[in-house]
Design a protein around this ligand. Structure first.
Ligand code: 8YV
Length: 322
């Protein structure tokens, strides 16, 4: 391909060095150097200068934005598995291809969910604060007594790549795995996990509950007050999927009444930012949406986005076309 024929790609966020190196080798790349979320105005303006984009979940392609995109833009190769930031029907109606990055971030995200689960169960925030502050002047067998994972029941909502990876790790901790999914898995993928055909049935047996499903109109607000109350008393909620799945007021209430023993959250309704009401409670462990933030996974996500662009500009169907 001559330089004149090289497609122009807009990259709004700071992707991994290896991703940027490969992107610059194969495309004319325009980067948004300040690494802040691309606004609607920037996205619309860049659609007149770029043939493709590699956005993150921080760039929102609403129906309104989709309607204003310049016809030069042919493909949005997301650097994310989640696509709730994209109005897919609106983009499709504009003839714009949209891809995502399934598979490659399952293990890293499941590792972070596991970290949140362990830390929530064993008072990770309070323990760290007590030692770090220099205020550790007391010990007792009744001190920071937590909840053991061994033999406990783990309910997983959404048995895609992340859910299955979490289940594999939980088996190593001798947890009993239960799950709810749109469809029951094959026996080999299930690997002994117990299927529940309703969310309610899963909640009733979940000493630990991990949300690993996408945010859709059906799952928005799924963990409301009524559903949180169906988790056995003393349960632990983990969310490394999307903040929109949880009614945050109801979650604070469930923590304050002691119905839930703890929660571990990597996702919030307000991002960046989080929820100040959660900060009142040391039994809520929080991370700033970094489930897939490992060197290996960031490279794999970037390379998957580039694989999708390469196929598209070679006239083929991208492997992760939505
Ligand atoms: C990413 C995510 O960090 O892939 C997703 O859907 O939520 C995160 O793991 C983020 O989207 C990067 O673009």
């Amino acid at each position: 391909m001559t330089d004149a024929a090289r497609p122009v790609i807009w990259i709004p966020r700071r992707l991994s060095d290896a991703t940027l190196e490969r992107a610059r080798r194969d495309y004319d790349v325009i980067c948004k150097e300040d690494d802040t979320p691309g606004t609607a105005e920037e996205i619309i303006a860049m659609s007149a200068r770029a043939d493709g984009m590699i956005p993150c979940h921080s760039e929102h392609f609403s129906a309104d934005v989709a309607a204003k995109l310049n016809s030069r833009l042919k493909i949005i190769a997301n650097h994310s598995v989640g696509t709730d930031h994209c109005d897919l029907p609106a983009l499709k109606s504009r003839g714009i291809a949209v891809t995502n990055t399934p598979g490659v971030l399952a293990d890293a995200t499941a590792e972070l969910a596991f970290m949140l689960m362990l830390s929530a169960a064993r008072h990770g925030v309070a323990g760290d604060r007590i030692v770090r502050s220099g205020d550790w002047d007391f010990w007792s067998p009744a001190f920071l007594v937590g909840k053991q994972l061994t033999g406990a029941r783990l309910g997983i909502v959404g048995m895609g790549g992340v859910g299955r990876s979490l289940a594999r790790k939980a088996r190593g901790f001798d947890m009993e795995i239960h799950y709810h999914n749109r469809r029951r898995l094959d026996a080999d993928q299930e690997a002994g996990a117990i299927y529940h055909d309703t969310l309610e049935s899963l909640l009733a047996v979940s000493d630990f509950l991990s949300l690993n499903c996408p945010s859709t109109p059906e799952t928005e607000g799924m963990m409301n007050a009524e559903r949180l109350a169906q988790i056995p008393r003393g349960g632990v909620l983990v969310n490394a999927a999307r903040g929109s799945l949880v009614d945050e007021v109801a979650l604070v209430d469930a923590i304050e009444t002691g119905h839930l023993a703890a929660a571990g959250l990597d996702c919030f309704r307000e991002e960046p930012g989080g929820n100040p009401a959660f900060s009142e409670h040391e039994n809520i462990v929080m991370m700033p949406h970094v489930g897939s933030a490992t060197v290996r996974t960031r490279d794999a996500m970037g390379f998957k986005a580039l694989d999708n662009l390469d196929a598209f500009f070679a006239g083929q169907e991208p492997p992760d076309m939505l």
